[in-house]
Design a protein around this ligand. Structure first.
Ligand code: PLP
Length: 359
């Protein structure tokens, strides 16, 4: 937590001596510094700041971009607590929000107001996996001097680098793929040196939800296998998605890695691959059937979160067609199904498990 100085002269100058002299861990820590340098490099950003959870990173990134009276345009399908932060929490400071589906960039343009200061993206989103055209939205924002933030948790920096497409702040729930072992809760924001220094000094130091150095050490260890984990998640998830797509009980598979995904072209343009989280809806099924199928799975734990080594499943309701589907094939209402995280187990075991449960 703290670092001692060799003498009083260094102690009074300690802020100016950083990074040769460390002071106090809420401000900076050598282990966390190593981690932040690694994540900045992975995200092709100049700098990064780690937080004690993904939500701490989300809230710090948003707060660093808005002032009282500002307006935010955000993606409708963003992570639930992120939406709540935007609708309920920042409303106390007179910050308002408009949500858009976001598959068509024009929706962002139409939602802008003279006081819009931030566009908040999450692409792909983590339940229905709709994509936003990053370069197109960034160009709309830059023309008007509006900041952009993007939750990149699903793709991880292994498959997508929004900073290279001009996004100002890229953030993660590092609890997911960056950690990768379901043993830490963490978040990260990456961006320019200037933005990250400002965010560290205000939201980092004053709200104080920075990452504990022991968790930083665990994440450094986790990052060493990021590449092979992501390759394996992708390989197995694609097999599962293709299997589900051909199953007679399945209505739709929501997975940007599939050739049939309505936004596949955009997925290939802005991502190098697809991760392990997907969902599927069931034909003519209600809650009871969805629960029964998930209950029968033996190798999938029933639990939230994702991005770790293990396969997980939860029953969910989904729209009757994937985001970005042409208007002619868009359905109404919701359907029961499941969200799956495809972990690092043998894919044949997972496919066998799904086959048994669906049968
Ligand atoms: N963003 C996404 C897409 C998430 O799925 C989550 C958590 O599930 C978060 C952010 C928040 O992260 P954390 O739970 O680490 O606070």
């Amino acid at each position: 937590s703290l670092f001692v100085a060799p003498d009083c002269e260094s102690f009074v100058r300690r802020g100016s001596l950083y990074p040769d002299v460390y002071d106090y861990t809420r401000c900076a820590n050598p282990t966390t510094d190593v981690l932040e340098a690694k994540i900045a490099a992975l995200e092709r950003a100049e700098a990064a700041r780690c937080f004690g959870s993904g939500m701490a990173a989300v809230s710090a990134a948003i707060l660093s971009c808005v002032n009282a009276g500002d307006h935010v345009v955000a993606v409708e399908a963003a992570y639930g607590p992120t939406r709540l932060f935007l609708t309920d929490y920042v409303a106390r400071f007179d910050v308002s929000v408009t949500f858009v589906e976001g598959t068509d960039t024009q929706e962002f343009v139409d939602a802008l107001r003279p006081n819009t200061r931030l566009i908040y993206l999450e692409t792909p989103s983590s339940m229905v996996f709709g994509l936003q055209d990053i370069e197109a939205v960034v160009s709309v924002a830059k023309e008007r001097d509006i900041a952009t933030t993007l939750d990149n948790s699903w793709a991880s920096p292994y498959f997508q680098n929004p900073r290279e497409m001009g996004v100002d702040l890229v953030l993660h729930s590092a609890t997911k793929y960056l950690g990768g072992h379901s043993d830490i809760v963490a978040g990260v924001v990456a961006g320019s040196k200037e933005r990250i220094a400002k965010l560290s000094a205000s939201e980092g130091q004053l709200l104080g939800a920075v990452l504990d150095p022991f968790a930083s050490w665990l994440m450094i260890r986790g990052l060493r296998t990021l590449a092979i984990r992501m390759e394996r998640h992708q390989q197995s998830a694609l097999r599962v998605a293709e299997y589900l797509e051909g199953h007679p009980r399945v209505a739709h598979v929501f997975y940007p890695g599939l050739d049939s995904h309505p936004q596949r072209k955009l997925a290939c343009k802005q991502m190098r691959g697809a991760s392990g989280l997907l969902s599927f809806s069931l034909k003519d099924a209600g809650q009871a059937e969805a629960f029964a199928i998930v209950n029968r799975l033996r190798y999938f734990g029933i639990g939230v979160s994702w991005g770790g080594f293990e396969s997980l499943a939860i029953p969910v309701t989904l729209p009757s067609s994937p985001p970005g589907a042409p208007h002619g094939v868009q359905g109404r209402g919701t359907m029961w199904g499941a969200r799956l995280h495809i972990g690092l187990e043998t894919a044949d075991d997972l496919l066998g498990d799904l086959e048994r449960a669906l049968h």
